[in-house]
Design a protein around this ligand. Sequence first.
Ligand SMILES: [Zn+2]
Length: 850
Amino acid sequence: MSDAAPTTIYLKDYTPFGYLIDSVHLTFDLAAHATRVTSRIAFRPNPDARDRKFFLHGEQLRLIRAAIDGAEIAPEVTDEGLTANVPNAPFVWETEVEIDPGNNTALEGLYMSNGMYCTQCEAEGFRKITFYPDRPDVMSTFTVRINGDLPVLLSNGNPTASGQGWAEWTDPWPKPAYLFALVAGDLIAYPDQFTTKSGRGVELNLWVRPGDEGKCAFGMEALKKSMKWDEEVYGREYDLDVFNIVAVDDFNMGAMENKGLNIFNSSAVLASPETSTDANFERIEAIIAHEYFHNWTGNRITCRDWFQLCLKEGLTVFRDAQFTSDMRSAPVKRIHDAIDLRARQFPEDNGPLSHPVRPESFQEINNFYTSTVYEKGAEVIGMLKRLVGDEAYSKALNLYFDRHDGQACTIEDWLKVFEDTTGRDLTQFKRWYSQSGTPRISVSESWDSGTYTLTLSQETHPTPGQTEKLPQVIPVAFGLLGPNGDEVRGTQVLELTEATQSFQFTGLAAKPNPSILRDFSAPVILDHGHSNADRAFLLAHDTDPFNRWQAGRSLAEDNLFRMITQDSAPDGQFLDGLLAVLRDGDLDPAYRALMLQLPSQSELASTLYDSGHTPDPLAIWTAIETLKQATAQHVQDLLPRLHSESLVDAPYQPDAEQSGKRALGNAALALTTRLDSGTQAAAEYDRANNMTQQLASLACLLRAGKGETQLSSFYDQWQHDRLVLDKWFGLQISLASPDATPAVALGLTQHPEFNWKNPNRFRALLGSLATNHAGFHHADGSGYQLLADWLIRLDPVNPQTTARMCTAFQTWKRYDDKRQALMRAQLTRISETPNLSRDTTEMVSRILDA
Ligand SMILES: [Zn+2]
């Protein structure tokens, strides 16, 4: 990183690169501290470009030699790249550079993890491998030769030749450099195969470190399911002879969709019943599907520039959510997605880091791999599908794949296929891509002799850089229930396009009860204006599973809100409604478990802040604890039945049915522990034969202030397993009492197993501190200080992970003056650190400037 002031890059400044590339040949001579990379690149002038400046990106490269058509040249080299005079005609460019993967702790470009070479090139890592136009709109075929004294040598595409100490790979599909990958190491294959619908045989391999072979079966099954699903639902077939997945311990993200060679964080692919929870299995299945689906939405059709990141990510997150809904329970998945969106995306959308789904400027693109681009980006696709209908969506997608295969595209290209398929004008819809902030919808209604009128108003608060907001197109899925709970109008989609708009329903026998925003049909904040009686009615009767859950959630939230602001007691209406739902044995256990989950502390902090209160973290924590205790007492008689309903008398499977039962059983166990001081949890811990049960019972014990013995036996049992040890670190901090949290976290930073340079371990410890709301916001500021200490320490080693974790401070302006001052002091301390990375500088200054 240079010390120069960071430059801002704008979407409006896009110009095509002056040259096209016909082919790339790379040779790697691997050595831990002196890897040689030789490139031979066939360039020709781009007829569509006016600017013919020949600039190749390159960072931290030692240039040994450069040549054009065989003649050596001496290009001008800076910290950021290289400039040369080149012919105005096709030419062959060659360079040889030396790089140091052994000292690459940032984990971008070519680096080492436990003696294994691997790469991460998205977004701009390839420029740390060789000089290249490192931008997604420059696509080419790649041939790669790897020379290295390691048993397994992998790159993109198909293997075309190999011998002792070398291998050659050829990728026939043109791709941008960010999809380049190389892996070399002492790895073991977990092999399988897949036959595509047109009969192509594909060799599948999951490559792992020796000792991890037993954790591959689930990931492999998930891959085959994904391949089949994409054929059946989207008509997309795999297009190479091999598909390789590699598990890597040191990785900044979850996984990466490099063409034919996906690289995964170990935590996102390795799983066994003994070491992984049901939630881990579900996440792994979704991530494997996600990266596989990128083969078409991302790789075959890629992004023109990084502003279009949502083109591949929004669509692929949407596709992986569809996959999970098909493999598991659609309502449960939808509720999980809404919880997640409200927890991560809403605070971002309504705070200092707010940005549109398609940002218009950035300093460091790594900082825009956000929940807004990914999850809100997926919500935008879901809304589009709901507006045009399933059939038109399918047609539009087919047109997209036909029209744009092999291209680098924009959001305009994406929307055009929908306009061309449906004849619909999407000009207003496009505001979802350009306008930041979460729209808020308020509701009023009237009833007049058989006619029900619903009036919806939308408003979006100002966000950084955007003060004036225009009305958006919001699909509001809607239904009406009669006074006896029968559905009198089935679900239909109301299109809210104006600031205020009314919808009339005639011919009704009695005043109906509205069910608004069914299936969470848009990523908005809905103020129903409901009374608690309305909520209790919907909780009892709504035919839409999402809204039924939402009614219970709103009752809980209202109760907690009054407990915090008015010193109210836990409320019978909520507790009775909850009891009725829990008693209903026809309801999916996973769904009932979700009903028992109260709003999170940070979600309550948002609600309080939005309604003009200053959130007091300790008061929020206390209210939640009090309501949980009251719930335990209220449903006490039902707990043994819930426990027996949750028993599984079949071998462990991480499928929806079994994991739903375990979720309900563990939610019941958490309540039981509040009444029996941990007797049952201790017995469950001793009995547990899978990680889901073991971790859940340990959590119950720790929450009850017990479990010292179990915690240390857990450590002894699992100290050899790095992924389980991450859980051991995280759990203690997540469950520490507000007072003890910073001290517990500080103590664990001194543990010999705290390998802070490993992103998973760093996040397990410091990430858990940041998400323990009342503990992180300890009034003395020690939580803030500890996190800032470690961010300052990590920044020179790994800027990407540091910058991402600065988001812990993004809500700092919500809190009281004293906490604000404490957080500002830490943010300022970080920002004044000498040689702070570009990534972290941008994040901290955006947060501070709010
Ligand atoms: Zn992705």
